[in-house]
Design a protein around this ligand. Structure first.
Ligand SMILES: [Zn+2]
Ligand SMILES: [Zn+2]
Length: 169
C-alpha cells in the first residue's frame, strides 16, 4: 500500500503513471463521520531532471461525508487536479514513496463544512424532522435569511442534532 516511483525507470521525456490505492492509506479516524467510498485514484506525469523528481497530475478519492446541516451521509469526490510534488533524488536507484503527499493532498481537499446539497434545508429546530424530505407543522422562523449566515446555520445544526438524539431515545 504505497505509491512508489522508481526514478531510474523514467525516460528523459517523462512517463505517465496511473493507478489506484486502497483508501485505507488515508488513515481516516475510526468513528469519524468520514468514510471511504472507493479507492484513491491517481493519474500522474513523472519527470526526473538533474536528480529532481517532478510529479504532476490528479489525485482523488470518493468518500462519504456527513452533512453539517441535516446529518445525512452523502458521497463526494474529493481531490486535486493540480497535484504537484517535487523531490530531490539523491540516489537514482532509491525508490520514492509519494503516499504521504497524496494522502495530505486529499485530506486538505476535504470540505470543512460539508453539505449534501448547497440548498440543504437542514433539520427542523423544533421537531428534528429532515426538511429536505418532509415538512412539519412547526412554525419556521419568519425570516429565512439565516441560510446566508453560517454562524446561525451552525446553531441551527446543533439544535437539530440535540432534537434528533432526543427522538431516538
Ligand atoms: Zn443536508
Ligand atoms: Zn418541525
Amino acid at each position: 500500500m504505497a505509491i512508489l516511483i522508481e526514478p531510474w525507470r523514467i525516460p528523459e521525456e517523462g512517463k505517465d503513471m496511473a493507478g489506484e490505492e486502497p483508501a485505507a492509506v488515508l488513515d481516516l479516524e475510526p468513528g469519524s463521520h468520514i468514510t471511504a467510498d472507493g479507492p484513491i485514484v491517481y493519474a500522474l506525469h513523472l519527470q526526473c531532471v538533474s536528480r529532481e523528481l517532478i510529479v504532476r497530475g490528479k489525485v482523488g478519492c470518493r468518500l462519504r461525508f456527513e452533512c453539517s446541516r441535516c446529518a445525512e451521509t452523502f458521497a463526494l469526490e474529493v481531490g486535486e487536479t493540480d497535484f504537484f510534488a517535487e523531490r530531490a533524488v539523491e540516489n537514482v536507484h532509491d525508490t520514492v514513496d509519494l503516499t504521504d503527499e497524496v494522502r495530505e493532498t486529499i485530506i486538505l481537499a476535504f470540505p470543512s463544512y460539508p453539505l449534501c446539497q448547497p440548498a440543504c434545508r437542514g433539520l427542523c429546530v423544533q421537531c428534528g424532522i429532515n426538511l429536505n424530505k418532509e415538512r412539519c407543522g412547526c412554525s419556521q422562523p419568519a425570516n429565512e435569511s439565516w441560510t446566508a449566515l453560517s454562524g446561525l446555520d451552525r446553531i441551527e445544526v446543533r439544535n437539530g442534532r440535540t432534537q434528533k438524539e432526543k427522538i431516538k431515545k
